[in-house]
Design a protein around this ligand. Structure first.
Ligand code: 3HC
Length: 303
């Protein structure tokens, strides 16, 4: 069944090489998924060769881990590792026909990286942004060809969450949209097409939950009470574990965007910015083990 608003799938362009801009946590998760599902060359770039090398090492370690668990055979793991490369030279993106960015969530930064990459791309290449709540149209404002830009919004953890929001701007053409839908299918994800509105659909709902949870603790409700009060919803993770997972900085940014767009409907959270700045986790340790609410986090919220 064709998803609502999807263009003719015949318009999808082939993807024979993937370019990933950014070498952080999201970017490395993308690289692994694209390698495993599309089995085409994947090149990642960042400003600094050290970051690129660290990301390549991290992805290769993940491949080795999958092999150890018996999820990949040795030949496939080696072949996928051979398809992976890294560069600081954007000219190495020349033969990529699908480019996705996962850089810092700031409009100017995203515009800048696309402005640097686009001149090297073929006219047919599709450009995707994983922004969680910025305007995709504004991200494409400096592109020579904004019709090739789509939002392609993954959820954490990328390997397991089944949904992708494909965001169409007023400029996005059918070929870009059809290619995004095909890529999502090849990644074995379910894609929905959303309008280019703040937070699209998922984060619009999530921002409500996270904003209310942070507002409650900032007003003096203990973290544990907010956690217990989520129980009737049967969520797989409470709001604070979810914030740990997506990153407090990303969470704070999502709240800011929604508060900026709809100040009477969404809370921003000063405490969340302070917590992100202090580099604490709310409820889990760096290995992902639940350890109860962090005492430092409680002290920061009480300030
Ligand atoms: N990375 C990779 N794989 C992971 C993982 C991770 N961080 N965490 C769990 N997994 C895998 C496990 O290996 C396991 O795979 P298997 O079944 O093939 O062995 C599978 O996920 C299930 O894991 P578990 O049984 O250990 O754990 P749970 O049953 O608790 O499920 C979860 C884990 C799927 C992450 C579940 O807790 C969940 O759905 N949490 C909610 C996550 C969520 O809401 N994400 C959206 C965040 S919003 C966002 O990202 C948008 C951004 O813009 C802010």
């Amino acid at each position: 069944r064709r998803p609502a608003g999807a263009p003719d799938k015949e318009l999808a362009r082939p993807v024979t090489k993937v370019g990933i801009i950014g070498a952080g946590l999201m970017a490395t998760q993308f690289a692994l998924l694209f390698l495993r599902r599309l089995q085409v060359p994947v090149v990642i770039t960042d400003l600094d060769q050290g970051r690129v090398d660290a990301a390549l090492a991290g992805i290769r370690k993940e491949l080795a881990g999958l092999q150890e668990k018996g999820r990949l055979d040795g030949d496939t793991a080696n072949r996928l590792s051979g398809l992976l490369s890294g560069t600081v030279d954007k000219a190495d993106f020349a033969d990529c026909d699908w480019v996705i960015e996962a850089v810092f969530e700031e409009l100017g930064v995203k515009q800048q990286v696309f402005a640097e990459v686009e001149p090297h791309l073929s006219p047919e290449a599709i450009i995707a942004t994983n922004t969680s709540s910025l305007s995709v149209e504004q991200i494409g404002a400096r592109l020579a060809h904004p019709e090739r830009l789509v939002g392609f919004h993954f959820f954490n953890p990328v390997a397991v969450m089944p949904l992708i929001e494909v965001v169409r701007t007023p400029a996005t053409d059918d070929a870009a949209l059809a290619t995004a839908m095909r890529v999502a299918k090849d990644l074995r994800k379910t894609a929905v097409i959303t309008r280019d509105t703040p937070g699209f659909v998922v984060n619009r709902v999530l921002a409500k939950l996270l904003g209310e949870a942070m507002h409650a603790v900032e007003q003096g409700t203990p973290f544990e009470t907010v956690v217990a009060a989520q129980q009737p919803f049967g969520l797989p993770m409470d709001p604070f574990v979810l914030l740990d997972l997506v990153g407090l900085k990303v969470g704070a940014h999502v709240l800011d965007t929604h508060h900026g767009a709809f100040p009477d409907r969404f809370f921003e959270s000063k405490a969340l910015h302070e917590l992100a700045e202090a580099n604490v986790l709310l409820e889990k340790d760096r290995k992902g083990e639940a350890k109860g609410i962090d005492k430092k986090a409680i002290a920061i919220v009480k300030r």
